[in-house]
Design a protein around this ligand. Structure first.
Ligand SMILES: [Zn+2]
Length: 435
């Protein structure tokens, strides 16, 4: 059973660490890094082997900078060798099993101890509290039923930081009716589900859903859609970045300078194809080292996302946690075209936003049907537009802004009546039909 008091104690300490002086934070991070590296080397066969193959010992990793010496672990390797990835110091029978959604492949199963699970819950709350959430707030989360059990019975009984879930698979009018009754102070959910909700709320002229702020995450959304959500609810929208393995990792504070990285519990690095750190402001594959997962450590673990390192190191809020810029999408949703030219999902969002009929488009999805064929599915708003003109203009626009004039990639446009959610309840902007 969850030790709720311990979770609150973790939370109390966590909230203070976000304001620690820089040198104290760095020392704390390095101390915890040395501990987890030593632990992984001594008790986790997978890491022992990786360290040995690279010719390194735990004493070679004294600071975050030394982490570059450690080979990167891919999700696939972790999945295939997960029995070797669990620490011998833990009895699997006493651990909690979790898994990733497997939206674009097989899920990764992993294990956390009871204390680690409580730490994760506290970590989840820190970001929300930093944006102004209070203990007794009505907190409503639009999510997949898979996550309904995450709020414990004790939390519900006490009514403290207890989230009420609403299924993302319910039709939108049901969601609106349920949420209207729940009267949320904090409205939370996948970014695209919040967008659909905002559209329905505006369409029906509903004035009774008045949260103090909205929290989104888990998927890409364009800046104008965020602004739209803010306008409909007359409140700020804060974006958060999490993975199932490491829970909440980076989040916007009310200043929205960037995303504060949870530096006391994760070391986040952004690397290029050679594994070298990218420069500030550049995009890179995100490689994470968890400082709290002891049952199944994650060291130099490629989480499968592309992020942009911050070029602005400080935030006016006074929190010292370092910043990152944005999440650009998942590495496995990169569209790789003939000749190896790759486009991140965010490139399509940026391209569509500058399209002159963008305001007439309700939703879109890009399907890579063949290596050299991209199909743009468009769900249009109910207004009079000439489909033929939209199609021709879009084809020319895409070729120009995606810089593919001389490429032999073909584009097609399909007008559709519906673009369904993924089976995880999230909404992928890019879907590959290639093997
Ligand atoms: Zn801040």
């Amino acid at each position: 059973m969850t030790n709720y008091l311990r979770a609150l104690y973790y939370l109390y300490r966590m909230l203070r660490r976000a304001y620690w002086p820089q040198d104290k934070l760095v020392a704390y991070q390095n101390k915890n890094l040395r501990r987890i590296v030593e632990h992984a080397y001594e008790s986790v066969p997978l890491y022992h082997q990786k360290f040995s193959e690279a010719g390194i010992k735990p004493r070679d990793i004294k600071t975050v900078e030394d982490l570059d010496k450690v080979p990167i672990v891919q999700k696939n390797e972790m999945r295939q060798r997960f029995h070797e990835a669990i620490s011998k110091e833990f009895d699997v029978g006493h651990l909690k099993e979790l898994h990733t959604s497997g939206s674009t492949g097989k899920p990764l199963f992993f294990y956390v101890s009871q204390a680690e699970d409580e730490f994760r819950k506290a970590k989840h709350l820190r970001a929300n509290i930093s944006c102004g959430q209070k203990p007794g707030d009505n907190w409503v989360t639009i999510t997949s039923p898979l996550h309904f059990a995450e709020t414990t019975r004790l939390q519900r009984a006490l009514g403290i930081y207890a989230s009420t879930p609403v299924s993302v698979f319910d039709d939108i009018s049901t969601q609106v009716s349920v949420i209207e009754k729940l009267r949320p102070d904090v409205l939370d959910g996948y970014s695209n589900s919040l967008l659909l909700l905002a559209k329905e709320v505006e369409k029906r002229g509903i004035e009774t859903i008045r949260p103090r702020f909205v929290i989104g995450g888990a998927e890409l959304i364009d800046p104008s859609s965020r602004e739209y959500i803010e306008q409909v609810f007359h409140v700020p929208f804060y974006d958060q970045y999490a993975t199932v393995e490491m829970e909440r990792m980076a989040w916007q504070c009310p200043e929205k300078t960037g995303y504060h990285i949870d530096a006391d519990s994760v070391v986040m690095q952004f690397v290029d194809a050679e594994g070298e750190a990218v420069a500030p402001g550049e995009r890179g594959e995100t490689v994470c080292t968890s400082l709290f997962n002891y049952a199944m450590p994650f060291i130099r673990y490629a989480v499968g996302d592309i992020c942009v390192a911050a070029d602005d190191p400080e935030c006016a809020c006074g929190r010292t946690f370092p910043l990152m810029k944005i999440v650009e999408g998942r590495t496995d949703s990169l569209v790789v075209l003939p000749g190896g030219f790759a486009l991140a999902p965010f490139a399509f969002i940026a391209a569509m936003m500058t399209f002159k009929f963008y305001d007439s488009i309700e939703l879109f999805r890009v399907i890579q049907r063949r290596e050299d064929l991209l199909v743009f599915k468009l769900l249009m708003k109910q207004q009079e537009v000439n489909m033929r003109v939209v199609e021709q203009e879009l084809l020319a626009h895409l070729r120009s802004v995606l810089n593919l004039q001389s490429s032999n990639v073909a584009f097609e446009v399909e007008f559709v009546d519906d673009i369904p959610l993924d089976n995880t309840g999230k909404f992928s902007i890019v879907v590959s039909e290639l093997n």
